[in-house]
Design a protein. Structure first.
Lengths: 224, 231
């Protein structure tokens, strides 16, 4: 229980500091908005083309958002060595990861949900009745991106080439979940939409596997 | 008044090495610190003082050797109060929010009461709602000290605690540490020209190249260690 209460306190701090400064969210939202607008003007797709290519472009925009958003999550803790204070204060170091993952997932989901109507309008597609399916896909996809990204953010924060390292490591590791998320979203955007449950299962499996790896080995990533 | 620590704990370094690549930050360090001792660590820049303190705080894992705690410290981490060179507090939170946040993480019974108590003690109660980023270095250091004292630690690790403090704050810190020492708190502090704090020490050790080159208790050689370090 100490793990969950520690994680809840940490998550509260993450949310409070972000909504107070709005640095990360506002930057990411503006960035993703520009990407989606540029994509729509570049490809100028018909509705059918949007259904085929749109989900790929959407998840690519989310990947850009994630690489922008994940970078500072541990760099911020290095400014005043607050990571050291956190490590001393929590009873289980996984609480630090859990809180960061929840915060990153929440911020990423917020960005995605804000982008959804913009995407629908620019790409002339409708989600309507498929919203619960879309939300589930976004949740599992964002969680997967956040789990892997948070682990890589702590590694890259200690490296010299930190700004380059995170995107470099992030892309190959996230390829499986990005491919599956795109496939599931394509299914949901068809004229006769369908939920690809196999894809949902794969996404959930990806999340569980990486979360378990982080739970087992995360403590070593935090060490100096 | 500082509250009495729950228990007094000692610290044993046994043949500890800490390497960063080919560079030794600590080299074959064997050191026994008894419960209740107040030990000053001196040495030039890069001599290993900070690594010694961070290893004692369990923030740095030794490359070789072991660090043990004595005196019934089942959960040693909970008994440690650490003031590092950096402030270890969030600039974007207020002084009170910082202390309440860390008190909650440490699962203290009444986080807000404890935070208020410590803010009064460090003389920042009237600025409790100000963001830490608006504070001077000395005020930040006071918040850092308050954070370290939240859980009434029985082992205090201070890395150049007088950094940024003006003469009045330095005097306050010295008096505060004296009271903590007198309650049986074990103190390990690195010093760099802090003559007031040096007077508190009951033992002084000197590091060079990560190794222990002098270790003495109050007596004839005691002042010479500080003199060599410029304290």
């Amino acid at each position: 229980m100490a793990l969950l209460s520690n994680a809840a306190v940490l998550l509260g701090k993450e949310v409070r500091t972000e909504f107070r400064s709005r640095e990360l969210l506002s930057t990411t939202i503006v960035f993703v908005l520009i990407v989606v607008v540029v994509f729509s003007f570049t490809f100028d797709p018909t509705t059918n083309e949007s259904r085929r290519f749109g989900p790929g472009l959407l998840w690519m925009a989310f990947l850009f958002a994630a690489s922008l958003m994940l970078q500072p999550c541990f760099l911020r803790e290095q400014v005043n060595d607050t990571l050291g204070a956190l490590r001393l204060a929590v009873s289980d170091p996984f609480a630090i990861f859990l809180a960061k993952i929840c915060a990153n997932t929440l911020f990423l989901l917020l960005t995605e949900l804000l982008m959804l109507p913009v995407f629908a309008a620019l790409f002339n597609v409708s989600f309507g009745a498929q919203l619960p399916g879309i939300l589930l896909t976004f949740l599992l996809g964002s969680l997967g991106i956040s789990v892997v990204g948070t682990a890589l953010a702590v590694i890259s924060a200690q490296a010299r080439m930190r700004e380059l390292l995170l995107p470099l490591l992030l892309l190959p590791l996230l390829t499986p979940i990005l491919v599956v998320s795109t496939e599931v979203t394509i299914g949901l955007m068809q004229p006769e939409p369908y939920m690809e449950w196999k894809g949902i299962g794969l996404m959930a499996g990806f999340d569980v596997v990486f979360l378990t790896v982080l739970w087992l080995f995360g403590e070593y990533l935090l060490e100096e | 008044m500082p509250a009495a620590p729950v228990r007094s704990i000692g610290l044993q370094f046994d043949k500890v090495d800490k390497r960063y690549g080919a560079v030794y930050a600590l080299r074959d360090l064997t050191l026994n610190i008894a419960a209740g001792e107040c030990v000053a660590v001196v040495g030039r820049n890069g001599s290993g003082k900070t690594t010694l303190l961070r290893a004692a705080a369990q923030l740095v894992r030794p490359s070789r050797g072991s660090i043990a705690f004595s005196g019934g410290a089942e959960d040693a981490k909970a008994a440690i109060g650490f003031v590092a060179h950096a402030t270890m507090v969030y600039d974007e939170l207020t002084a009170e929010e910082n202390l309440v946040f860390f008190a909650r993480l440490q699962e203290l019974a009444e986080p807000k009461t404890r935070a208020d108590e410590l803010l009064r003690e460090v003389g920042l109660h009237d600025r409790k709602d100000s963001l830490v980023r608006t504070f001077s270095r000395g005020m930040r250091q006071r918040v850092a000290i308050a954070r370290a004292l939240l859980a009434q630690p029985s082992l205090l690790l201070f890395d150049e605690p007088a950094t940024g403090l003006d003469a009045e704050s330095n005097l306050w810190l010295t008096e505060h540490l004296r009271k903590l020492r007198d309650t049986g708190c074990t103190i390990l502090m690195s010093l760099h020209g802090d003559s007031e704090l040096a007077r508190l020490a009951t033992r002084a050790i000197r590091l060079e190249g990560g190794g222990l080159i002098a270790d003495t208790r109050r007596g004839a050689m005691f002042q010479s260690i500080f003199a060599a370090a410029g304290c």
